[in-house]
Design a protein around this ligand. Structure first.
Ligand code: SF4
Ligand code: F3S
Length: 106
């Protein structure tokens, strides 16, 4: 499956959801999660993300392996999102920052 990682937190551009053929994105307050049981590894979402937050499970950047379990957990709790919406108001300030996990809202 593909995995949403740190860069999405507090940005949530949502360009990714428009292209997913199986509607496997789920939306929380400031992050999206991919349901690993629904994702068909089509790769379409990867290029859509302006901050390159989406990786194959086997290719998650070092230190971000925890996002694999996090996507699985949160996608079970959060509702599906299938249409693009505006990014979060503070997206520009947070787009370049790393290590945002402490800011993830559930
Ligand atoms: Fe959806 Fe394809 Fe991205 Fe998986 S890889 S989340 S199926 S767009
Ligand atoms: Fe997040 Fe990138 Fe999608 S910032 S909402 S993974 S387009």
């Amino acid at each position: 499956a593909y995995v949403v990682t740190d860069a999405c937190i507090k940005c949530k551009y949502t360009d990714c959801v428009d292209v997913c053929p199986v509607d496997c994105f789920h939306e929380g307050p400031n992050f999206l999660a991919i349901d690993p049981e629904e994702c068909i590894d089509c790769t379409l979402c990867v290029a859509e993300c302006p901050v390159n937050a989406i990786y194959a499970e086997d290719d998650v950047p070092p230190g971000q392996e925890g996002f694999i379990a996090l996507n699985a957990e949160l996608s079970r709790i959060w509702p599906t999102i299938t249409e693009k919406k505006d990014p979060l108001p503070e997206h520009e300030d947070w787009a370049e920052l790393e290590g945002k996990l402490q800011h993830l809202k559930r």
